[in-house]
Write a protein that binds this ligand. Structure first.
Ligand code: SF4
Length: 282
């Protein structure tokens, strides 16, 4: 587990030195290192990992899964508050199974959609109790794909939550492609849909996920750092309407290079037209 930002940076530096597989790999790792200098990894990681004060809780994947459910459609700040209250109130899965639904709604209210989230948490806990004897570690299998299958059977767990759980809960390399990661990576790699990325298009999402995974060493910590950094870049700079003028990775971004190539060409055409016009007037 990464405990501080320096460790995150050093892990990427080590990868740059050791992993020289392709141009994509070199470029992506360079970008991630630059983003690590800009954003804090530990302050932005999904709660309760890695900074929660109670070690047992931050290392218990059951609470990571609860955090993933609570994080849906809310800010990191509200997610953190909700997970803290949840952990403070329910000390184990047995306590969740005996919980009063209305009371739980109050405990997690700050995360938004509390009724839906409380129902999901209760159903999920019942499922873990029934099929894994109350111990979520029993859902972890020998490979990423087999564990993913187990996770996708759980109530309330979709593709993105399963990837989050693999990467953050079970320490298995599976890149989480959320809307921010999808947009930023599409632009960095210069995918043909980079101008208008469509987050409902499963083929595009899969292509981005594959390209990210194939460009990085299969190591869950590298995936965690990469995911967090690319996501932060999407939240702050590379938004739907990208702020390229404030971006510090323009030299590594294919979308930016292409866009400016065509802008340069347009400028040349504009100059040409103006010269032609002046010539005609002479
Ligand atoms: S240069 Fe522009 S498009 Fe590329 S990553 Fe930066 S903000 Fe996004």
């Amino acid at each position: 587990m990464i405990e501080n930002d320096e460790q995150a940076k050093n892990a990427i530096i080590e990868n740059i030195e050791m992993y020289n597989k392709s141009e994509d790999a070199k470029k992506l790792l360079t970008i991630i290192l630059r983003l690590c200098e800009k954003y804090s990894f530990v302050e932005n990681q999904t709660y309760p990992r890695p900074s929660h004060p109670i070690k047992e809780k931050r290392e218990d994947p059951y609470y990571t899964l609860i955090a993933i459910i609570l994080s849906l459609r809310t800010t990191l700040e509200n997610e953190t508050k909700a997970v803290r209250s949840f952990i403070g109130k329910y000390k184990s899965i047995s306590e969740v199974l005996n919980a009063d639904e209305n009371e739980m709604i109050g405990v997690i209210k700050v995360a938004g959609m509390p009724q839906k989230k409380a129902q999901t948490i209760i159903k999920l806990s019942e499922y873990i109790q029934k099929y894994y004897n109350g111990n979520i570690w029993n859902a972890k299998k020998e490979s990423v794909s087999k564990t993913r299958e187990e996770l996708l059977k759980m109530p309330g767990v979709g593709d993105k939550s399963a990837d989050c759980m693999l990467e953050l809960g079970f320490d298995m390399p599976s890149m989480v492609v959320d809307i921010n990661v999808f947009r930023v990576a599409s632009r960095i790699f210069g995918e043909k849909w980079a101008e208008n990325p469509n987050f409902t298009n499963k083929e595009q999402i899969k292509a981005v996920k594959d390209r990210l995974e194939n460009s990085l060493p299969r190591d869950y910590l590298t995936y965690q750092i990469a995911h967090t950094m690319i996501l932060l870049q999407g939240k702050h700079i590379c938004k739907s309407k990208c702020k390229c003028e404030n971006c510090f990775i323009t030299d590594c971004c294919n979308f930016y290079k292409e866009k400016n190539k065509s802008d340069d060409k347009n400028k040349k055409y504009e100059q040409l037209e103006l010269t032609d016009f002046i010539d005609e007037c002479r």
